[in-house]
Every structure is written in structure tokens, then in C-alpha cells.
Design a protein around this ligand. Structure first.
Ligand code: SF4
Length: 441
């Protein structure tokens, strides 16, 4: 948990995070590394001695945002030249040469495997930026207890990197190869979090279900985490369809603390596109997996990632994606226009679908998902769910919000004893495509 600042003379670090849940978890590790080295955290960049941006390289648009933000922050450095400005994470790894050119005021560029060395790298100084983008097949940061934000839910990194090399994705190049955190380190973390009042643990990894440490596979790890006293709910993200073993499905079906929700990225419904993406499964294999999951865990909710406009995606391929969405009837979908990334295998293939056409296809998948999400949520009206309260709802102070086991947001009027971290039974009275509304039963 985050401790208040104790030393008035300590150097202050301001850290801003972009991108996925893995990056948020990495920032918790960075905070812990720097605190051990005597730095204090600050929420105000104007009073920081060190300003760090932990970045994402998945989409071009995210990179442009970071460059814009860097130029803003560079003004603080003009006023106080001793301020150190650093870029961490996937973008640092992906684009170091271009970054030095576009952001000459950077003092530090550090990739995702360099965080342990940050105090030393920041200590070097000098005219040229310090660059450390070595990938390290052994680095898991398992021995460093991250600095978690106070919350009912905590994200715990179980594995890092990815060996899948989907043709469109930069992750294996920027985060390196798969490595799993030793189970003992994960369990120590989970016990500490449970003792501090965290109710829900989300195990993280780029392909989290590829987890393996000696003889412990992901199914075994989940069962170990489920046995920790005080943990009420366990989730994980993101699994790869090819690594959804029968042992894992059985663990989900048998362990009541493992929640009935799975984010199962499909990316496309067309076998031709799936092959070009090098995803490792066919549409039929994916649909068979969905059937097995629903047979074993009837209450399971499913969400997915979909990319439209991949190179070579024809109208009939796109139609196959829409049809797969209708067949599965996802509870939620994260949808993206294909964004060609340098260094990936698909980069060399080209980008055959125009921006306008990508936009049209994206609008169509979003519309379909809105309709199906609404239908699925409306079907829950009248039913009751245990909801883990997270805090006040955005729509008003008197309303509370939390998640059902299926990871659906439920909003309801508060009452005595209904505080963050408590679980209450909520009866659903109405629904939108993204949330449920109800009352405590
Ligand atoms: S599984 Fe594919 S999409 Fe996911 S991180 Fe690995 S390479 Fe990227």
C-alpha cells in the first residue's frame, strides 16, 4: 500500500502511466524500486525532481499522445534544468532512436526490463540521454513488492512477456519472451494484499494462462491463490484461447472464488484473417472452446478484443467477424481499427483497407456489440447478484457501484453498512448495454 511521504529532503518522483493493466502494474513496481532508493512520490509534476512516463506502443495514436505530453512536461525542465525527464515502458523499447530525435530533452529511456536499475540510471546524469532497453529473459521482479494503490481490487503480475508473436503485435518485441513469477512470490503478495483488506485479486500476464513455473501451471496457480485466506474473488487477464486447458476450465468451474468471467480475445471471425494474424486457432476451434466454457460454467460472461481492417480483410472476412459475434453473443467487446506497427511481421504485408473503410467496419462492430450487450444485460432484469462494492457511482454521491461476479458494473442506492469492500446482494431493475441498475435486496 502507498505510504505517505516521510522525508522532506527526499527527491520527488512524478510518474504517469499509459496503456494496459500490465503497465499499471509495472508502475507499481517502479514506485517500489524508487522508494527503496529514497525517492518520494508526488502527484504534482511541478514539484518533481524526476518526471517519468510509463508508455504503451500498441497503437500509433498512444505514441503521439505521449510525445505531446512530453513536450508539455519539457517546459518544467526549461524552468528547472536539473529536473530529469524519463520515458519508460513499451514505447521506450520500441522507438528509442526516433524518440531521441523527437524528444531531445529526454534524460532517460528505459525498457520494461530495466526498472530494477532505475536508481542507478537516474544517478548517471550527463549530456546524452541514458538508454537501457536490454531485454532480460530472467527478469520477473518477483522479489520486489509493488506499491499498490488502496483499492478493493489489486492486479498482481503472474507472468511477463509473450512467445506467441501474432503477426500484428509488438508485445513480444517490446516486452520480451515469456517468464513466470515464482508461485511463492505471487502467494506472498496475495497474502499481504488480503491482510491489507483487498477483496479481489486479478492475476496479470500478456498471455496469463501460459503461466508455468517448474511443475506449476496456471490452473494449479489459480487453485493456490484461491486457497489464500481472506481473498474473496479471483480473476485473471488476458488468457490466450490456445492456452485454455481443460485443467484450467475445471479449476474455474470448481473453485467458487474464481469468478465466472473471461476476456477471451478472438481478433477476427475469419479463418483467412486469423491465419494471416498467426493467432494459432481457427474460428471453429474458438467456437468449440466457447461451447466447452459455457457447458462447464453456465453463468460465465465473455468479453473479447476485435481488430477490424487487418491487411487483406475483405468484405466476407468482416461479415464472418460479425457472424461470430452474433454466435458467441459477447457481454462486452474492445474493438480497434488495425494499426500497422513497425517491427511486426504484418508490417511488411501492407495496409490494404482504407481508413474510411476501417472506420465504417469499426462503427458496425460497435453498433452490433451495443445491441447484443443491451439484450444480454436486459435478460438479467429481476435476478439477484452478489456485488462487491467499489465506491460511489459516477452518477451521484448517493449511489454506489460495484461488480457482479461476471464483471458487470452494478449501480444502486447505498444504505448503512454498504461500504467499499463489502459484498451485497443487488436485485437488477434495469439495464443498459454497459451496466446494470438495481437495489440492495
Ligand atoms: S498473444 Fe499475440 S496479441 Fe497477445 S501479446 Fe502475444 S503477440 Fe500480442
Amino acid at each position: 500500500m502507498t505510504e505517505p511521504s516521510t522525508s522532506p529532503s527526499a527527491r520527488k518522483v512524478y510518474l504517469e502511466t499509459y496503456g494496459c493493466q500490465m503497465n499499471i502494474a509495472d508502475s507499481q513496481t517502479v514506485r517500489a524500486v524508487l522508494r527503496r532508493a529514497g525517492y518520494d512520490a508526488t502527484a504534482d509534476p511541478a514539484e518533481a525532481d524526476v518526471i517519468l512516463l510509463n508508455t504503451c506502443a500498441i497503437r500509433e495514436h498512444a505514441e503521439e499522445r505521449v510525445i505531446g505530453r512530453l513536450s508539455d512536461l519539457a517546459r518544467l525542465k526549461q524552468a528547472r534544468p536539473e529536473v530529469q525527464l524519463g520515458l519508460l515502458g513499451c514505447m521506450a523499447q520500441h522507438n528509442r532512436a526516433a524518440l531521441i530525435e523527437r524528444a531531445p530533452w529526454l534524460d532517460l529511456i528505459a525498457g520494461p526490463d530495466a526498472y530494477r536499475r532505475l536508481p542507478e540510471l537516474l544517478g548517471r546524469g550527463g549530456f546524452e540521454p541514458t538508454v537501457d532497453v536490454r531485454l532480460d529473459r530472467g527478469e520477473t521482479y518477483g522479489d520486489i513488492a509493488p506499491e499498490y494503490e488502496k483499492s478493493v481490487r489489486a492486479y498482481v503480475t503472474a507472468m511477463r512477456g509473450c512467445d506467441r508473436f501474432c503477426s500484428f503485435c509488438v508485445v513480444p518485441y517490446v516486452r520480451g519472451r515469456e517468464r513466470s513469477v515464482p508461485p511463492a512470490d505471487i502467494l506472498r503478495e496475495v497474502r499481504t494484499l488480503a491482510a491489507a483488506g483487498v477483496r479481489e485479486i486479478v492475476l496479470l500476464g500478456q498471455t496469463v494462462n501460459a503461466y508455468r513455473f517448474d511443475r506449476t501451471d496456471f490452473a494449479a496457480l489459480l487453485r493456490m491463490v484461491a486457497a489464500v485466506e481472506g481473498v474473496e474473488r479471483i480473476r485473471f487477464t488476458s488468457p490466450h484461447p490456445c492456452d485454455m486447458s481443460e485443467r484450467l476450465i475445471a479449476a474455474m468451474a470448481e473453485e467458487p472464488r474464481i469468478q465466472p468471467y473471461l476476456h477471451l480475445p478472438v481478433q477476427s471471425g475469419s479463418n483467412r484473417v486469423l491465419a494471416a494474424m498467426e493467432r494459432g486457432y481457427t474460428r471453429e476451434q474458438y467456437l468449440d472452446l466457447v461451447e466447452r466454457l459455457r457447458a462447464a460454467i453456465p453463468e460465465i460472461a465473455l468479453s473479447t478484443d476485435i481488430i477490424v481492417g487487418f491487411h487483406g480483410e475483405e468484405e466476407q472476412d468482416f461479415a464472418a467477424t460479425l457472424e461470430l459475434m452474433r454466435t458467441v453473443a459477447y457481454d462486452a467487446a474492445f474493438t480497434f481499427k488495425y494499426s500497422r506497427r513497425e517491427h511486426t511481421r504484418a508490417f511488411r504485408l501492407g495496409d490494404s483497407v482504407s481508413e474510411a473503410e476501417k472506420g465504417r467496419r469499426l462503427a458496425e462492430v460497435i453498433k452490433l456489440q451495443e445491441e447484443m450487450g443491451l439484450a444480454r444485460n436486459r435478460a438479467l432484469i429481476g435476478r439477484e447478484f452478489p456485488v462487491l462494492i467499489e465506491g460511489p457511482a459516477r452518477r451521484g454521491e448517493a449511489m454506489l457501484a460495484g461488480k457482479t461476479p461476471q464483471f458487470k458494473t452494478a449501480v444502486f442506492p447505498g444504505r448503512a453498512g454498504a461500504t467499499p469492500g463489502a459484498t451485497v446482494t443487488v436485485r437488477v431493475e434495469s439495464a443498459s448495454s454497459h451496466s446494470l441498475s438495481g437495489v440492495i435486496a
